[in-house]
Write a protein that binds this ligand. Sequence first.
Ligand code: SF4
Ligand code: SF4
Length: 343
Amino acid sequence: MRKLLAACVRNSGRAWFTRSTWFEPVLPTLYVTPLCNLRCTYCEDFGAHRNAGYRGQTLPLESVKRLISLIAAECDVLYVTGGEPTMRTDLPELLRHARWRGIRYLAMNTNAIRLREHQEILRLVDNLVISLDDLAAGRWDSTLAADPQRVAALLDDIRWAAAEQRRRRFTLTVTCVVTPGRVAAARRVRDFVYEIGAQFSAQHLSVNRLPSPELTADPEYAAFMRELLADKRAGRGVSGSEQYLARPGACATSACTPTAAPHIDWMGRLAYPCRELPDHVLVDLLAAGSLGEALREGARRWGPPPGDCRRCGERCYVEISSLVRHPTALAREAVHYLRSASR
Ligand code: SF4
Ligand code: SF4
């Protein structure tokens, strides 16, 4: 991951020796579709009930391939998300294209409903992220608002994916949205995830892009995060930086670096400076011709990246910002990653 390493070194230099608010992209996120086949009650942007509103808003295969090529020209790491990525029947082709264009670390999240129909995905990704919020199918059904039988089958699908990790050479991360009053459910998910040999990721419930105040006031939640931090330090498969786990409820440990984690939506629009600021602008990446030029176009229209924003608690930005500004934390995470990759 030569490009990632080089960008991290340059970003660290900027953070330490300059007052620049410009940071090079290290972890771009591409939303390949806004469509989804579930209706999770906590989802603020997508869900099957919103699909009609996104009618006509999916790019053809060749355009998404071009987006991937533009991203890969500057980054060798990519996070693919949606909506639900498997709603695109051409998803394997997109992932193959990403590999061919030089993406060295490819992560993707899925709700796993269509995973067995798309088994080739497992050979194409390095990290497959599946959401699981509760082991109790009854509670989970109501959260996902999905067919109960299908939901019950998800547990089997997760077990199956975990068992495939070694053979198909990827890591399975199970991510659990922790909601107020349901820390015990998250603990049960964690124990299940450890048991099947996957990596566990806790994600706080967000309310208006901020960690739920009800959740962060819950001492059980703080205790749970301390347990995860201890597990991570002991070498267990826990996703999330030590800084995030050590400060549950904190928006950010340091000023945000949104350009390090650019988000490109299903129409190829880069959200500048980030998708969380209500007045962000959308820049057409295909028209801009490069990720760098799209960021510069965003700056021309919106202004330079914010210098000291800690407004939201969205992990995709907050985690990257902490690592960009704290090279020692970054090095620690690299060690954790290498340890888990060698298991
Ligand atoms: S599966 Fe993901 S995108 Fe779909 S509704 Fe649930 S949280 Fe939202
Ligand atoms: S803290 Fe949130 S709102 Fe502020 S720049 Fe970062 S991602 Fe955007």
